[in-house]
Design a binder for this molecule. Structure first.
Ligand code: SF4
Length: 171
């Protein structure tokens, strides 16, 4: 768990996600994960259970870069959220971008959402892919000199939105 990430660090994440080389590096990890998932072929029934964290016994973690990226993309797409939305999601036990059974943050969702499948056929590959993707994201932080903070999704969202309430939607 993290809390109280300095505003300067949060700002650096928002600046980083606008750098083309950082965006390209994140997209490369996403592509690699998507290809690995395709090979296994797990079925997603769009139950939305994976986004109901408490009920499903599932915890989503993400790095600061991923959180800022998702917030920025959703802002740009008109799906921005506030701290109140995060608090309401915590009360419900889900994600602020879950709408019924659907994700409304598809383009910005972090790697943790992209590797997770409840299909039993993916039981072995999910933790392996999650660990590989986590290391790749951490490397992006390190290689591009971006401070690394990693924490539970809604805790990170609280930190980011709290530190940078007047954030600028990034391109
Ligand atoms: S970002 Fe989308 S896929 Fe990920 S937990 Fe939230 S609603 Fe679910």
């Amino acid at each position: 768990m993290v809390s109280g990430t300095p505003a300067s660090v949060v700002r650096s994440w928002f600046e980083a996600v606008q750098r083309p080389e950082v965006a390209t590096a994140i997209e490369a990890v996403q592509l690699e994960i998507a290809e690995a998932i395709r090979e296994v072929g797990p079925i997603c029934l769009a139950s939305g259970n994976c986004c109901k964290f408490e009920a499903h016994g599932h915890r989503l973690y993400a790095s600061g870069l991923e959180v800022a990226r998702c917030v920025a993309i959703c802002d740009r797409e008109g799906r921005g959220i506030t701290i109140d939305d995060v608090e309401e999601a915590v009360e419900r036990g889900n994600c602020p971008w879950q709408d019924g059974r659907l994700c409304t943050a598809r383009a910005g969702r972090p790697i943790g959402c992209r590797v997770y499948f409840c299909d039993p056929r993916a039981r072995e590959i999910v933790p392996q892919l999650a660990e590989r993707a986590h290391q790749r994201i951490k490397s992006i932080h390190d290689e591009h000199g971006i401070e690394y903070v990693y924490g539970e999704w809604r805790t990170m969202l609280r930190d980011v939105l709290g530190a940078e309430p007047g954030r600028v939607a990034s391109g």
